[in-house]
Design a protein around this ligand. Structure first.
Ligand SMILES: *Cc1c(COP(=O)(O)O)cnc(C)c1O
Length: 502
């Protein structure tokens, strides 16, 4: 009689023998030798341990099954970590899901910059050294009316570089109502401290007056700053000082007036039936000397931070050694230039720019799509849970217009009379486990997929066959028979599962 350990050794082939098999050879060609050797070893070890633990003295080895398992493990291991998902959260600019989406034309510009040498810092006219930011500066000047512009890694970097350049070791006045935190650890007071300036808080949380600023100005003051409240709103008994007044006060004291717009849209969103969002153009016209905003929020471009304004101030920003640490690469510049170029034709913008297209998508269009998709979702659930259409509210996201919700339509799973968060989480997990993960949100015990941003309807439907609802979820869910139809969930959309709002 063999001991189980001996049986295991005898039943299992050697690593070398397996590596010589044709099927493993195919895996080596595909995944490379080191990964395949590692995987074969690990799986053989596992089998050996399993045989030994089973206590059986007769063990067999199924080579074909073993190699299939190796292949599956290798495929899982080499799958990209950064994966495409369906954003059905209802938050159009979802920071955790990569914010703005760009059209093919922009992707092509990026691909060209990646695969060919480009005149990144090369002046093709003179054959001499050129400026990296020049490729987008002329567009930004045109679109905002600014004298000059620079680009850095994101808006946080734009604020940081601006403060560090203009106000290091000096004081900056900001209203207490604007000392915001935006998701992902961007807190205005912390950025100020890191930029080396002293924050002087002015006024109160809900009310700040021009006199508050005026009395806070001292010989150490380097700038007056206004910060767009982005992801929150103060309502009720409030007062804030308008940009023209603040600019006037700053200039009276020969101080720069800086505005962090956060999102900053280059066109008037009201033309597209959306709520107004301040534009850098307006803010500069109100007298701001420098305006900072993000490239991947409402602008709909790549992650970037833009600073536009007075030529002499932008020149100082350009000279700060930190600019080198915060600069953007050629892929970002290629994308940004291509997106800014789209803005030169406002009539085509809605058709060309996905962010704007999703934000302005007609409700009837979403409704019709939801009605088309619902039966497929219901079929995939195979009676284990109820799916129904619900009215819901999308939000713009990324701290833009936080109180303005866009009416939308979603598909709700679960919910009903006895809504339970844990069940909804089970459905959410099942949809996340699909080949192209589907990210929805949980609202009052139901898992909701807001269809506003469903671009690839066919792809979404095609993969539903792979949906696996765990038995435990399905049995628990049989309690739910009540359908929820046309339930307004505007209120809870604010408590979006989406996570970060900034
Ligand atoms: C979003 C935002 C930022 C940070 O911008 P990123 O591009 O995410 O770095 C800074 N300030 C305000 C007011 C914002 O809304």
């Amino acid at each position: 009689m063999l001991t189980p350990a001996q049986a295991a050794r005898r039943a299992l082939p050697s690593v070398d023998r397996l590596l010589k098999s044709e099927a493993v050879g195919d895996l080596i060609a595909r995944y490379g030798r080191p990964l395949v050797v590692e995987t074969v070893r690990a799986l053989l070890d596992e089998q050996r341990a399993a045989i030994a633990a089973s206590g059986e003295s007769q063990a067999s080895f199924d080579e074909a099954a073993f190699i299939t398992a190796c292949g599956a493990q290798l495929a899982a291991q080499t799958r990209p970590s950064l994966r495409r998902v369906f954003n059905l959260t209802g938050t159009v600019l979802h920071t955790n899901l990569g914010r703005a989406l760009m059209p093919k034309s922009v992707a092509e510009a990026v691909a060209a910059a990646m695969t060919h040498p480009v005149n990144l810092e090369f002046d093709l006219g003179g054959g001499a050294r050129g400026e990296r930011d020049s490729h987008v500066e002329r567009w930004l000047r045109r679109l905002t009316g600014a004298e000059a512009a620079i680009v850095v890694n994101n808006n946080a970097a734009a604020v940081y570089l601006t403060l560090n350049t203009l106000a290091s070791r000096k004081e900056v006045l900001v209203s207490r109502g604007e000392l915001i935190e935006i998701g992902g650890a961007f807190r205005m007071p912390d950025i100020m401290a890191r930029a080396g300036c002293k924050l002087v808080e002015v006024g109160t949380t809900n009310r700040t007056h021009l006199a508050d600023y005026a009395s806070a100005i001292s010989p150490r003051t380097a700038a007056i700053m206004k910060v767009h409240a982005s992801n929150y709103s103060i309502e009720g008994f409030t007062a804030a000082v308008g940009e023209p007044d603040l600019a006037g006060l700053a200039h009276e004291h020969r101080l720069p007036f800086i505005v962090d717009l956060g999102s900053g849209m280059l066109i008037d969103l009201e033309d597209y039936g959306l709520p107004h969002e301040p534009t850098p153009h307006e803010t500069l016209a109100h007298g701001a000397d420098l305006v900072t905003f993000s490239g991947d929020k409402l602008l709909g471009g790549p992650q970037a931070g833009l600073v536009v304004g007075k030529k002499d101030l932008v020149a100082r920003l350009k000279k700060n050694p930190l600019k080198r640490a915060l600069r953007v690469d050629k892929m970002t510049l290629a994308a940004l230039e291509a997106v800014l170029r789209l803005y030169s034709n406002p009539e085509r913008l809605e058709a060309e720019l996905p962010t704007l297209r999703w934000l302005t998508r007609p409700l009837a269009d979403i409704e019709a799509q939801a009605a088309r998709v619902l039966p497929h979702v219901a079929a995939a659930l195979a009676g284990r849970a109820e799916a129904s259409l619900v009215s819901c509210s999308s939000q713009i996201g990324s701290g833009s217009l936080p109180v303005d919700l866009l009416p939308s339509v979603g598909i709700a799973i679960g919910g009903g009379a006895k809504r339970r968060h844990s069940l909804a989480e089970g459905f959410a997990a099942a949809f996340r486990a699909l080949p192209v993960p589907v990210i929805g949100r949980i609202n009052e015990g139901a898992f909701i997929m807001d269809l506003r941003c469903l671009d690839d309807e066919a792809g979404f439907i095609a993969q539903l066959g792979e949906l696996k609802i765990e038995k435990s979820i399905a049995t628990e869910n049989t309690e739910f028979t009540e359908r929820i139809v046309n339930r307004q969930d505007a209120k809870s959309a604010k408590k979006n599962e989406a996570g970060e709002t900034g």
